[in-house]
Design a protein around this ligand. Structure first.
Ligand code: NAD
Ligand code: MG
Length: 391
């Protein structure tokens, strides 16, 4: 049995992970489940899964959960705060950690799991965007396994040969470039002039994927694809100019790898996160995920379009931040989190999201980060600056 901690158990990825595990209860021992402040959600999961620990980051919500568990005569131990997350990410009885907290809040526990050599199933792309070099150094030093959950990166991982080693790079296995597919989100063909007045409800209504609110807005601005370009550079030890984004509205091809000889390998499947989750849970074996078979005759056609950077300035900003290196990507991520939050709270227009990010990137200079403290410092500074730009 694999002992597993699920960070962000009540989110979309967390729920899909438990769905896959529920199909293979004999293979996985759920040791810890975590959430931010969703008491009812985590309580229901604790009663079903009887983990050893439940972490509720918000202390008030943790008290409520503890009380409810006592009333239900449950022996689940409740922890709280970031310390609680770090503790369950590093327990000796845990072999695998699903990193599915949204945003920068996932950084510390995910990094902690990397430092002690766990198998990390990485959905929390923001952690890698913030601390790429330090994170990958921690992985290499501890010998941790890093398996991508993001559907595109999971697809790329599946299209690479087993002989691929991050320390040697893509050239070593004959890869010319990565083709990262993007659905284009809900506003791919929306009139440009009307973009500034779109609402959060319109932005989170993704045509192909059901996701949390933050990543849904990121998909609408294409910052999600920008974060994924950065994620791909770190995961596959490559540079942004080797990662090309191509619009593929059907979300059936999850990404592709082009080799030197002209071969292009793709991974296809229905747009359902249970496929990459099951892949990473069982790797290098395979298990069922509950995802229905792909019916290509039903889909009938797969389309591709070039990316329009004027429609999606966030993608251009992400490429620029990755080219700049150092803490520029942490600054980009921080400004994006502030701007998206302001948009979701209806304090900022949709088209102002890239403006806030661009202004923050100009105001806060990135630098090489030799330790985590520097990243957290630039992250905090960028949040402060971006908050001023959101009014
Ligand atoms: P979600 O909003 O549905 O869930 C987020 C989870 O994180 C919840 O369990 C919540 O309790 C927890 N959380 C939120 N704020 C927290 C905080 N401050 N401290 C601790 N925990 C906190 O998000 P999601 O869609 O499941 O996405 C999770 C991560 O996976 C994101 O980084 C996202 O980019 C990535 N991802 C998601 C998908 C998808 O299809 N949903 C696909 C690829 C990658
Ligand atoms: Mg993705």
């Amino acid at each position: 049995m694999t002992g597993i901690t699920i960070l962000g158990a009540t989110g979309t990825i967390g729920l899909n992970t438990l769905n896959v595990i529920s199909q293979h209860r004999e293979k996985f021992d759920v040791i810890a489940l975590t959430a931010h402040n969703n008491v009812d959600g985590l309580l229901a999961q604790c009663l079903e899964w009887s983990p050893r620990y439940a972490v509720m980051v918000n202390p008030h919500a943790a008290q409520q959960l503890e009380l409810a568990l006592q009333q239900a005569h449950s022996s689940v131990q409740v922890l709280t705060g970031v310390e609680g997350l770090m503790q369950v990410a590093t327990l000796p009885e845990v072999q695998a950690v699903m990193a599915a907290i949204v945003g920068s809040a996932g950084l510390l526990p995910t990094l902690a799991a990397a430092t002690v050599g766990k198998r990390i199933l990485l959905a929390n792309k923001e952690a890698l965007v913030m601390s790429g070099q330090l994170f990958m150094d921690a992985i290499h030093q501890s010998g941790a396994e890093l398996l991508p959950i993001d559907s595109e990166h999971n697809a790329i991982f599946q299209c690479l040969p087993l002989t691929f080693r991050r320390t040697q790079g893509l050239e070593e296995v004959g890869v010319k470039r990565i083709l990262l597919t993007a659905s284009g989100g809900p506003f791919r063909t929306y009139p440009l002039a009307k973009l500034e007045s779109v609402t959060p409800e319109q932005a989170v209504a993704h045509p192909n994927w059901k996701m949390g609110r933050k990543i849904s807005v990121d998909s609408a601005t294409m910052m999600n694809k920008g974060l994924e370009v950065i994620e791909a550079c770190w995961l596959f030890a490559t540079t942004p100019n080797q990662v090309e984004v191509v619009i593929h509205p059907q979300s059936i091809i999850h990404s592709m790898v082009e080799y030197l000889d002209g071969s292009v390998l793709a991974q296809l499947g229905n747009p359902d996160m249970r496929t990459p989750i099951a892949h990473a849970l069982a790797w290098p074996k395979r298990i069922t995920s509950g995802v229905p078979s792909l019916d290509l005759t039903q889909i009938a056609k797969l389309e591709f379009e070039p990316i329009d950077m004027t429609r999606f300035p966030c993608l251009r900003l992400a490429y620029q931040a990755m080219q700049a290196g150092g803490t520029a990507t942490a600054i980009l991520n921080a400004a994006n989190e502030i701007a998206v939050q302001a948009f979701l709270e209806k304090r900022l227009q949709f088209t102002a999201i890239p403006e806030v990010i661009e202004k923050t990137l100009s105001a806060v200079t990135g630098r090489h980060a030799s330790h985590l403290g520097m990243i957290l410092e630039d992250d905090a500074h960028a949040r402060e600056v971006a908050s001023n730009f959101t009014g």
